[in-house]
Design a protein around this ligand. Structure first.
Ligand code: BG6
Length: 509
């Protein structure tokens, strides 16, 4: 696993054919192609590689090359070098076909063999499923039936699966059972693009690469943890998917619980292989699933009404395209979780996420306890916040430690002073989509940053009881927050009950 930006000093990935299902979709053009191009520019794509796009739409190799050439101009995150791109483009192929039809997979097998001969490729094949989740099981079954998932000593076969992995606990289990009829767990790369983010990977470096934090990283010194993933965007054109999902399935079950487990896990014995994944799953298993009455007390859901974002009027969720006008889907969630282990007992973990909020920010706040003795007088200390450590994941990446210092002048007056570190200070521009590390890791067979099934299962066990209660009790007050705000008022009350408050801490402001 790479814990710093890929620089090109690493060895290139294994020679392989990369097959992208959903080649005409948004993810392919916005993220996957630019990420593959970046890897090529950094000399991290193997010299021997080829890409085969598969989708339902009618097209051919030539048209596909024209299409991706125009897409890369639009979505590349670094200047496109003509010679590099020409080489990429001529190694790109297209196959049109229906995923339900076994013939498509026979044709795919033949195409892979052709392409391997043309470019003298090994038998390694990476299948990327950038398709609707309803097809995950079907496509893997068809690949299996066509003999395309079978590994040989000199030929790996790996499948990258996008989220969501299941719609609830049972469907996740069913999907996993379907997949494992055709591929082993060691071939399944369940991708989570949050784990491709620099600052998320930096949580591990920060915790385990510095000796000063780990001794205080526990219930003795930490009062609470907050994780906020706030978006200004609404559901855009994804109403059809989102209305059946909601923010809890879309963001909490995967991204947020995964970030939480990095914050809370025990030190792994090594940074790669299964050590990290072993520790992450233990955290998830220590989060006690809520009883129905706890769901009512410890969670808040919301849905945005019309409002104002960046000075512009934006519509209510229920009037977005492909959203049911009476929809009860939540676009905001806040909850208080408890990690029942020796390190974290009684430390609340507050998480919240929502669309159409007041700012785009992903941040983790670690709130420390007050000093044991108010040496400087109650009046002085009442006005200052206990120390906080803020890990800014996006849009500005960095870390802030809030400390206390004496205001200059006579007498004792104490102020909160932020010690800011911004990634910009490294002076390295990070021309990346976030998918580079993950694609590269898959090509070198490093699964550290991918979800193992036991952690998917554990996450659903946390989220499912909440969804069940919400399903049974329709929200009466939706929409309950205006776009452009920090969500429903109940979210503030949820956290105030335990004597805390949400922090909206912006770096570089
Ligand atoms: C995706 C969700 O996984 O993450 C989207 O499906 C969400 O709804 C997106 O907008 C947020 O990702 P990022 O990287 O922009 O924070």
């Amino acid at each position: 696993m790479s814990t710093k930006p890929l620089t090109g000093h690493e060895c290139p990935g294994d020679p392989c054919t990369i097959v992208i299902f959903g080649a005409s979709g948004d993810l392919t053009k916005r993220k996957l192609l630019p990420a593959l191009y970046n890897l090529k520019a950094l000399k991290l794509l193997p010299e021997n590689f080829a890409v085969i796009g598969v989708a339902v739409s009618d097209s051919n190799d030539e048209l596909f090359r024209t299409q991706i050439t125009s897409d890369i101009q639009q979505f590349a995150t670094r200047p496109v070098d003509q010679a590099e791109w020409d080489d990429f483009s001529k190694r790109s192929y297209y196959l049109s076909g229906d995923f339900n039809n076994p013939d498509t997979f026979q044709h795919l097998g033949a195409k892979i063999t052709d392409v391997q001969k043309t470019w003298n490729l090994s038998g390694n094949v990476l299948f990327y499923l950038a398709i609707a989740p309803t097809f995950f099981g079907k496509v893997v079954e068809q690949l299996g039936n066509a003999g395309l998932t079978e590994e040989k000593p000199d030929a790996w076969r790996r499948v990258i699966i996008e989220k969501p992995f299941g719609h609830d606990l049972q469907s996740a289990r069913d999907l996993n059972a379907d997949l494992t009829k055709h591929v082993a767990e060691s071939q399944i790369y369940r991708i989570d693009h949050y784990l491709g983010k620099e600052t998320v990977q930096n949580i591990m470096v920060f915790r385990f690469g510095n000796s000063v934090f780990e001794p205080i990283w526990n219930r003795r010194y930490i009062d609470y943890v907050q994780i906020t993933v706030a978006e200004e965007l609404g559901v855009e054109l994804r109403g059809g998917y989102y209305d059946h999902s909601g923010v809890t399935r879309d963001m909490v079950q995967n991204h947020i619980l995964s970030v939480l487990s990095l914050v809370a896990m025990e030190p792994p014995t090594s940074i790669s292989g299964d050590s990290v994944r072993n520790e992450k799953v233990k955290v998830l298993e220590a989060i006690r699933p809520m009883e129905p009455e706890e769901v009512l007390a410890n969670t808040v859901r919301g849905q945005y009404g019309a409002g104002i974002i960046d000075g512009k009027n934006v519509p209510a969720y229920r009037t977005e395209p492909n959203v049911n006008p009476q929809s009860n889907t939540e676009t905001f969630v806040a909850m208080k979780l408890e990690v029942d282990n020796w390190r974290w007992a009684d430390v609340p973990f507050y998480i919240r996420s929502g669309k159409r909020l007041a700012a785009r920010t992903t941040q983790i706040v670690i709130g420390f306890k007050r000093t044991p003795l108010l040496l400087f007088g109650k009046g002085v200390e009442d006005n200052i916040m206990p120390n906080r450590l803020v890990i800014h994941v996006q849009p500005d990446e960095g870390i802030t430690m809030d400390i206390h210092a004496k205001r200059p002048g006579p007498g004792i007056s104490i102020a909160n002073v932020p010690l800011d570190f911004s990634y910009q200070e490294f002076g390295e521009s990070n021309a990346a989509t976030g998918y580079e590390t993950l694609l590269y890791d898959c090509m070198i067979g490093d699964m550290t940053l991918f979800h193992r099934y036991d952690s998917v299962d554990a996450s659903w066990r946390i989220v499912n009881p909440i969804l069940d209660v919400w399903q049974a009790l329709h929200p009466r007050d939706f929409p309950n927050y205006a776009a452009g705000t920090w969500g429903p008022e109940a979210s503030d009350r949820l956290i105030e009950k335990s004597g805390h408050a949400w922090h909206h801490y912006l770096l570089n402001k």
